[in-house]
Write a protein that binds this ligand. Structure first.
Ligand code: ASP
Ligand code: MG
Length: 412
């Protein structure tokens, strides 16, 4: 079987996690599966790089301190590599990347803002460093491997810095670059998130973009599965901090997963599903701290049942009666609303993913009856795709989420 495994920043941010990630890949390779790795920057590193870039304008010394910490963080992860030759080569590589990074920061001194193209090249270092390290962890485990920058793997984009789009021949390019490496029995370790523009400048695909790189690679190579590694047990039926009976979701459809991401339960890059939806490549979300547990499986499917409850606190519900007003003023503000006597309420939204209540009047009845008996009024119910959204008064959201979870998801 052929698998693309993407390791998110929180699944590799210390030497213990990095080693278990590399072992997972090594075990699969030893049992004759072929694995293509896509890697994120270590957790927090992209944010740190952005801060360093912004600080460089006014206070380069503080920016350098951030970069020093980034270097130490990466050097400390090398603890898991016992082969001294590999390790010292890697140390040299990390140091020279940091040197290159500091030179770019120098260009920013006394500028008024950070140009987007320079920011992209600064952000690219997170993935460039983690890919080299991961590839060496594989070598240490006796697996032959090659670290590749996004562009070496065929990720060529337009020049929309910060949110670049791959060019239309990207699938072909990825295939041409990656197939030969896989055919040699090597594991490519590809930097997620970054690419190169047609004019040869570094670009990024938008925050969280490693997911998107992974799904581009998975679709180009038509792999059997795409595994997204994180450090929690897959997707949950609700936020466990709010809903006491929240549990992992075993499986759901692409559409349900898209809606779940839309309502914020999980931050997958918004374009992750685009390349693979037609091909039907299954996605597994797995936990590096509990690699044997099933995680969540996302598949192409039309069958639907209630999968999850999401809460959107402090939303504003606007009731607009004039269609004409709606068309003219999409960028409305509260003061205009007041002026025009339009009603708006501060509410919280409870999104129930996987069921359109309007097609299930019996469930609406059950829910409204229970909530009423508990003194909670539903201010509005509306539906969006496979989801239903309940608007309730601010402050009621936690109770409502728990009650609705009990009714529509329950204990099993
Ligand atoms: N490192 C990038 C970010 O933090 C991309 C990713 O992790 O997917 O946004
Ligand atoms: Mg992510």
């Amino acid at each position: 079987m052929r698998i693309v495994m993407k390791f998110g920043g929180s699944s590799i941010d210390n030497s213990r996690k990095m080693l278990s990630a590399a072992k997972i890949v090594a075990d699969r390779v030893k049992s004759n599966d072929s694995v293509i790795v896509v890697i994120s920057a270590l957790a927090g590193v992209t944010d740190n790089l952005i801060s360093a870039a912004q600080l460089s304008i006014k206070d380069i010394d503080s920016a350098r301190k951030i970069i020093d910490n980034i270097m130490l963080k990466h050097l400390s992860i090398l603890n898991g590599i016992s082969n001294q030759a590999l390790r010292s080569l890697l140390e040299d590589n990390i140091e020279s990347s940091i040197h290159e990074l500091n030179n770019i920061l120098n260009e920013l001194v006394n500028m008024t803002n950070v140009p987007m193209d320079i920011l992209d090249s600064i952000m690219s270092f997170g993935e460039r460093l983690s890919a080299q390290i991961f590839s060496n962890y594989l070598l240490e485990l006796g697996i032959s491997s090659k670290a590749l920058n996004g562009w070496d793997a065929g990720i060529i984009t337009d020049e929309n810095y910060g949110n670049a789009h791959p060019i239309s021949s990207v699938n072909k390019l990825i295939r041409e670059r990656i197939e030969p490496i896989v055919n040699l029995g090597m594991v490519p370790v590809i930097t997620g998130f970054i690419g190169l523009s047609i004019n040869g400048k570094i670009t990024t695909l938008g925050r969280g973009g490693s997911d998107y790189t992974a799904s581009l690679v998975a679709s180009s190579l038509m792999v059997d599965e795409l595994w997204l590694w994180t450090d929690v047990n897959g997707l949950m039926t609700a936020d466990p901090k709010i809903v006491s009976k929240a549990k992992p979701i075993k499986h759901l459809s692409y559409n349900e997963a898209i809606e779940l991401c839309f309502f914020g339960a999980k931050k997958l890059h918004y374009k992750t599903f685009e390349p693979i939806i037609d091909l039907g490549i299954p996605i597994r979300i797995k936990n590096i701290l509990d690699p044997d547990s099933e995680g969540t499986l996302i598949v192409k499917s039309n069958s639907s049942s209630v999968r999850a409850i999401c809460i959107l606190k402090g939303s504003t519900m606007i009731t607009i009666r004039s269609a004409d007003f709606y068309h003219k003023h999409l960028g409305i503000t509260a003061s205009i609303l007041n002026e025009r006597n339009i009603k708006y309420d501060d509410v919280s939204m409870i999104a129930v993913i996987g069921i359109n209540f309007l097609q299930h009047p019996e469930t609406i009845q059950q829910v409204t009856k229970l909530l009423k008996s508990q003194g909670v009024n539903i201010q509005a119910i509306f539906s969006l795709g496979n989801s239903t959204i309940l608007a309730v008064g601010d402050g009621f959201e936690e109770r409502v989420a728990n009650l609705v979870h009990d009714i529509v998801i329950g204990d099993n």
